[in-house]
Design a protein around this ligand. Sequence first.
Ligand code: ITT
Length: 195
Amino acid sequence: MARLIFATANPGKLAELRGLVGGALEVVSAAEFPHPPQVEEDQESFEGNAEKKARAYAEASGLPALADDSGLCVDALGGRPGVHSARYGSDDAGRIRRLLEELREVPEDARTARFRCALCLAVPGGEVVVEVGECEGRILGRPRGAGGFGYDPVFWVPSLGRTFAELSPHEKSAISHRGQAFRRMLPHLLALAGR
Ligand code: ITT
């Protein structure tokens, strides 16, 4: 069976991506890899950072590598935290606190936002594919729900009337930015499996 390395240190992303790949490929996590490369995420786009991470892991491991760069873009904040989503605080609770504080004066109908995800598959030797996905929602005034990770408890999906943290992993992946990018990436992953 073909092997694929997931170039992420984020356990929430890893769990979602593992669930999506299922048994099609043998997945090696970055944590299982003895000398993970240090990648500075200094690009201005999710696509650029995902490509940087995937290329670094493919070169270091000699395996095809799948990287995810993602984040939350809030309209009232001019698209922030965007590519800086992971660095908006020292943990999930701190990141949510800062976000809610910055949106304190912003009324409900102006709290529109979207999650964006870029997935990059890099094959040792240079070939890369990037696919993106987006999911629209609104930022609540306080967290709701216990599932998911990151900003999920404050990201409310109008069509479902629930936050991402109130969805099962399956329900979240059916509509999420990561689920959409993954479904676009699937033919490329299956092509690897058939190699
Ligand atoms: P890796 O670079 O190791 O993959 P990271 O957490 O640093 O892990 P990013 O730089 O892509 O990853 O930052 C993405 C941040 O955006 C992440 O830490 C979350 O706070 C947030 N985020 C991304 N996808 C999310 C999701 O599905 N639900 C909630 N928050 C999410």
